[in-house]
Structure formats: C-alpha cells, structure tokens
Design a protein around this ligand. Structure first.
Ligand code: NDP
Ligand code: PYC
Length: 344
C-alpha cells in the first residue's frame, strides 16, 4: 500500500457513510442506498465511484438541489414498460422501486424497460446490472450526465460522459459485465486527478483553445473527449437520445443548464433494459448458455481478460479484510462529518 492509501472496514465505512449522509439531510432510505453503492464500489476498487462520492452527495444536499427525502413514484406505463419518477431524489431508490416491476415484466413480455426520470445520478451502473443478472436476465443500462464532452471533430462539449453497461448471467459464476463511460475518462477519475494534482493520461481532453492537455484544470475549462473517436461519439449520441428524449428527460446539455453553475451531480433520466433468455429460447436456454460460455472461454484462451475480472478479483480480495481507500478521501469525509456534527 502506498503512503497515499489507508484501509477501512466495510462496517466502519457503512457507519461513517450513513452518518454523514444523515447529517447532510438525507432520509434513511437515501442514506442507506447511497452508502451501500459507494461501499460496494470501494470494495471493488472502483475509486471514481467509491467513498469519494459521499462528498459530492453531501454537497448536493447542502446546495439544496436534491430532495434528500424524495419517495419515488412508480408508473406502470405498458406491458413492457415501467417508469419511476425519482422526484429529484437520488437514482438509487428509484431503481430499487422499479426493479421488481422490471423483472416481472421481462419474464412476462420477454423484454422490458425501466425508465427512471428526474433523478440525481452519481453512481456506477454495474451494481444495477448485477442485480438484474442475479435474476437470470440479460441487462443493458445507460444514462447521460452533464455536457463536459466534445463530439468527435467538435471543439466544445455537447455530450455527457454517458456510461453504458451490459450484463449476461452465468449460472454458478459472476456475470459477464462491462460498464464504461463513453468519454475517454470518467469525470470522477478526472476529479480524482484534479484533487491529487496529478496529470491526466494523454488523449482524453483538450483545453479551452482545443489543444490536447493533460492538466485536469485545463480539461475542466476545455472539453473531455469521447473514447474511440467517432465511434464513441456516435454511441454517446445514442445514449443522449435513449436516456433523454425517448423517456421524456433531459439531455446532458439541459442537465448542465439546469445545474445553473452549482457544479453538482447531474440530474436527468436513466434507461434500463432487461431481456429474459427463457422467453427467447424456451427449452434451448442451457444449450445457448453453453454457447455463451464457449465465447467467454474463447476470449480468455487468447490471453485476454473478461471485463469486470479485475473488479471481481478486488471484491474477493477485500471480502474479509479492510478495503483500500485514498487517505485524502477518507480524511475529507471525516472532516465533513465533524463539520456537519458541529453545525447541528
Ligand atoms: P473503466 O475504463 O475503468 O472500465 C471499463 C470497463 O472495461 C470495466 O467493465 C472494466 O472492467 C473493463 N476493462 C478495463 N480494462 C480492461 C481490460 N484490459 N480488458 C477487459 N476489460 C477491461 O471505466 P470508466 O472509467 O469509463 O467508468 C468507470 C465507472 O464510472 C463506470 O462504472 C461507470 O458506470 C461510471 N460512470 C458513471 C457515470 C454516471 O453518470 N453515473 C458517468 C460516467 C461513468 P474492470 O472493472 O474489471 O477493470
Ligand atoms: O464519472 O463521469 C462520471 C460521472 C458523472 C456523473 C457521475 N459520474
């Protein structure tokens, strides 16, 4: 472990997280869901959406943007569509409210969609994907964010960091999951570079003059770039459409305008799809699950690793020991906790 890192147990992180979220004003459901998401990500060593995010969730509540006690409203729209209005709460409780409906509809209709609206969204998508894959369903999720990312060939931001995540259930094994921003780097990672005053990797951002930069502050003033040039750019546009206008919610540009310079977590929608293999395949489920396993073996046989393999390895490594966390992040959360306690 480097001098910049320390460790914390899950129990201590959960106690600290729930305390800070309650002190910041969140109701019990939100405090629990936010903390669980950040502790899970920290345990999987996904630093950009781990405990560090408690700081942005507290700021969101302190700025009076989020409704920290919002109760999501479920709207059963159609045989294969459920919509959950988060009512300006955090997306996580809306997902919890919508998940049973999504699963039931996917099993009945074969394919179903959950649209979450009006949510503040700070989290990684893989916990939601894993929750759906745990039910034996194939999952696809996407969301917009704030317009920080320039389209390929463009000079100014028009897209969010727009993550997309996919999951395939594997009986007896961890699901096949990928989850990535369509920007070349997640905003959370850029923020961690800014906090640590460390340079960005090359090729992920341009400055305000459109010149390549590795300076996090110059990137914040300029624009982030999509991954894979025009290909990531087109995927990002698709996510803007599917998780924005298709479900009656904001684009990343509208989310940023709605922020009115507060610089807090984005508010927008999220689209989550679930596919039921049994509805597609009937008695041929096992045969086709074996075909999928052949694909996965074909990938690993080449020497490549499956996406999420690093994350699952971290989860196992940290299951029965304190998990690593950046010392400065933990110190900032503890300082925030002390400040909020003093302010009571
Ligand atoms: P990463 O680049 O860290 O990882 C992307 C995916 O690729 C992961 O599934 C990862 O698995 C996999 N992967 C990485 N390296 C390899 C490799 N060599 N071989 C095979 N697979 C590999 O993700 P990002 O930084 O782009 O995104 C991080 C998180 O940020 C995501 O969870 C995303 O949901 C979240 N995010 C959330 C946003 C929001 O608006 N809520 C916006 C943007 C991002 P592994 O984890 O095992 O390395
Ligand atoms: O890391 O890009 C990001 C992000 C945006 C909103 C939440 N995470």
């Amino acid at each position: 472990m480097s001098g910049d890192e320390t460790t914390i147990t899950r129990e201590a992180a959960t106690r600290l997280g729930e305390e800070v979220m309650r002190l910041a004003g969140y109701g019990p459901d939100h405090a629990r869901a936010i903390t669980a998401s950040t502790v899970l990500a920290q345990g999987d060593e996904c630093h950009s959406h781990g405990l560090y995010r408690l700081l942005s969730c507290a700021e969101l509540a302190e700025r009076g943007k989020v409704d920290p006690k919002a109760t999501p409203a479920v709207d059963d729209r159609a045989p294969a569509i459920v919509r959950v209005d988060a009512r300006r709460g955090i997306s996580l409780t809306a997902f919890e409210a919508g998940l049973p409906h999504l699963v039931e509809k996917a099993r009945t209709a074969g394919l179903a969609a959950l649209a979450i609206n009006n949510c503040y969204h700070f989290s990684a998508l893989w916990p939601e994907i894993e929750a759906i894959a745990d039910k034996g369903l194939v999952a696809l999720a996407m969301t917009v964010s704030h317009a920080w990312v320039a389209p390929a060939g463009g000079a100014r931001p028009a897209f969010g960091t727009n993550p997309i995540a996919f999951g395939w259930p594997r009986p007896g094994k961890d699901p096949f999951v990928f989850d990535f921003a369509t920007s070349a780097i997640a905003r959370g990672d850029l923020e961690l570079h800014r906090r640590a005053n460390s340079p960005l990797p090359a090729g992920v951002a341009v400055d305000a003059a459109g010149e390549p930069t590795t300076d996090p502050m110059a990137a914040i003033d300029g624009a982030m770039l999509t991954f894979g040039g025009h290909k990531g750019s087109a995927l990002s546009a698709m996510i803007e459409l599917l998780a924005g206008p298709l479900i009656g919610d904001m684009t990343s540009a509208q989310s940023l305008a709605h922020d009115e310079g507060a610089g807090v977590v984005p508010m927008h929608g999220e689209l989550i799809l679930a596919f039921d293999p049994a509805s597609f395949l009937g008695s041929a489920v096992a045969e086709n699950a074996a075909r999928a396993e052949g694909l996965f073996a074909g990938i690993t046989d080449t020497g490549a690793r499956l996406p999420s393999a690093r994350r699952y390895a971290a989860r196992r490594r940290n299951a029965n020991r304190p998990m690593p966390v950046r010392r400065a992040v933990l110190e900032d959360i503890e300082a925030l906790s002390a400040r909020l306690r003093r302010a009571r």
